[in-house]
Design a protein around this ligand. Structure first.
Ligand code: GDP
Ligand code: IMO
Ligand code: MG
Length: 432
């Protein structure tokens, strides 16, 4: 059995949390390689529901280790809250949760800057300070977990940063400003929480893998939100695709193992930006209601539409996806005729490649093929044979046209509401 990297195919919220939780019992370590508490990964086990933002979903499996890699931007207040709510639910993170000493810290001034600038609103960000934190990282003025443990230089770093951000906020006509002493005091309070968690996560993972531990990499966000490959500028600020696994964890490409894409049986996006196969009006509303398409963390309604084959093919190419999980098949149980976007028409011709600019993408016309729906319940089905013939046909159509195997299908939010597709590589390697 190899390591496995789980990546989102579309614009996030595909059900990565559910799938990582399901697969976690086959691995020793689950690691997050990017993003921050802009993510919301839902896991349902029986009548218990967890929404994890920073901590890898593997933490819910007793005995598994969870690693927050250097590619993640870490808000210690969010981490503290998450640890506390897990504890309250009877899940202990002690001795099992590790945080990279190279992960960049999110500060209150990052949220202040996001609010002060106009981009946050235009893009429809999660307002968690994620973009400004990655900006500081790339601008080489970020403050990392390891810096917290050197009080003197940490104080100096904070003072400089708060002073600079206050000036910038003022220049942007913001009335917000922060006190250096307050930020300093707040962050000094996180030292004791972070000290036992902090490790050189690249060295930790290398050591563990050498001893035979198996690694499951938990992607956050998704391909179309990737800073390089997504629908720029309507993206997040991190490398959400498979390249981010290597840089965000410090592991070599050969250690990534198999790449698994997670995609809904239809498509959603939250926030601004082009979405060619968006269904406006009652069709979109019905998908939202049946799919309970509201943000796991922000509660924002998600925009809904149809499966987009160009996105699937693009995600496959960028990530080298070898197998796909189709989630939320049950949400289509009532749709008699299911449109599938097969291509984009732009200025009269069919595009062969994903357009580079959001302006072009906003103007493409989605070309659809309509597939027959199955109009019978699939919710909770656990074996491939139980699926109605037309659901088989729909999955086969997606798999054939995208030229990628579908190895797993999700038929409900709970861990058990899943079925393996017999004969696929994914089922052979991880289905046992
Ligand atoms: P993530 O960010 O990719 O982990 O996904 P989210 O947790 O943000 O959103 C996925 C939502 O769909 C959650 O509410 C899940 O409980 C739910 N979900 C996952 N798989 C299925 C499924 O197969 N069917 C249904 N009906 N809901 C699902
Ligand atoms: P998971 O891991 C869906 C979107 C935001 C916004 C854009 C930029 O749960 O799939 P940011 O705050 O990151 O600067 O916002 O990215 N976004 C997500 N959408 N799922 C997510 O994560 C997202 N993380 C960020 O809505 O459009
Ligand atoms: Mg989510």
């Amino acid at each position: 059995m190899s390591n496995l990297a789980v990546v989102g195919v579309q614009w996030g919220d595909e059900g990565k949390g559910k799938i990582v939780d399901l697969l976690a019992d086959r691995f020793d370590i689950v690691a997050r390689y990017g993003g921050g508490h802009n993510a919301g990964h839902t896991v349902k086990v029986g009548d218990r529901k967890f929404i994890l933002q920073l901590i890898p979903c593997g933490i819910l499996r007793p005995g598994k280790q969870a690693v927050i890699g250097n590619g993640v931007v870490l808000d210690p207040a969010a981490l503290q809250k998450e640890i506390a709510s897990l504890r309250e639910a009877g899940v202990s993170v002690d001795g099992r949760l590790f945080v990279s000493n190279r992960a960049h810290l999110v500060f209150p001034y990052h949220r202040m800057m996001e609010k002060a600038g106009e981009m946050g609103v235009r893009l429809g960000t999660t307002s968690r300070g994620i973009g400004p934190t990655y900006e500081d990282k790339m601008g080489r003025r970020g403050i990392r977990v390891a810096d917290l443990f050197d009080p003197e230089s940490f104080r100096e770093q904070i003072r400089l940063a708060v002073r600079e951000k206050n000036l910038l906020a003022k220049a942007l006509n913001s009335t917000d400003s922060l006190s250096e002493a307050q930020v300093e005091e707040e962050y000094a309070g996180y030292v004791e929480m972070l000290r036992p968690l902090a490790v050189d996560s690249a060295a930790f993972l290398a050591r563990e893998m050498k001893q035979g531990s198996k690694l499951l990499c938990e992607g956050a966000q998704a391909t179309m939100l990737d800073i390089d490959h997504g629908t720029y500028p309507y993206v997040t600020s991190s490398s959400t695709t498979v390249g981010g696994v290597c840089t965000g964890l410090g592991i070599p490409p050969a250690a990534v193992g198999m790449v698994l894409g997670v995609s809904k049986a239809y498509c959603t996006r939250v926030g601004g930006g082009p979405f060619a196969s968006e269904a406006h009006g009652p069709e979109g509303d019905e998908l939202r209601t049946r799919g309970k398409e509201f943000g796991a963390v922000t509660g924002r309604p998600r925009r809904c539409g149809w499966f987009d084959l160009p996105v699937m093919r693009y995600a496959k190419a960028i990530n080298g996806i070898e197998s796909v999980v189709i989630t939320k098949l049950d949400v289509l149980d009532h749709v008699a005729r299911i449109p599938v976007c097969t291509g984009y028409r732009y200025k009269g011709s069919l595009l062969q490649e994903m357009p580079a600019t959001a302006r072009e993408l906003e103007k493409v016309e989605a070309v659809y093929e309509t597939r027959p729906g199955w109009c019978s319940p699939t919710e909770g089905l656990t074996s491939f044979e139980q699926l109605p013939q037309k659901a088989h046909d729909y999955l086969k159509y997606l798999s054939d046209t995208a030229e990628v195997e579908i190895g797993l299908v999700s038929t409900g939010p709970e861990r058990a509401q899943t079925l393996w597709v017999p004969g696929t590589r994914l089922a052979r390697e991880f289905g046992g």
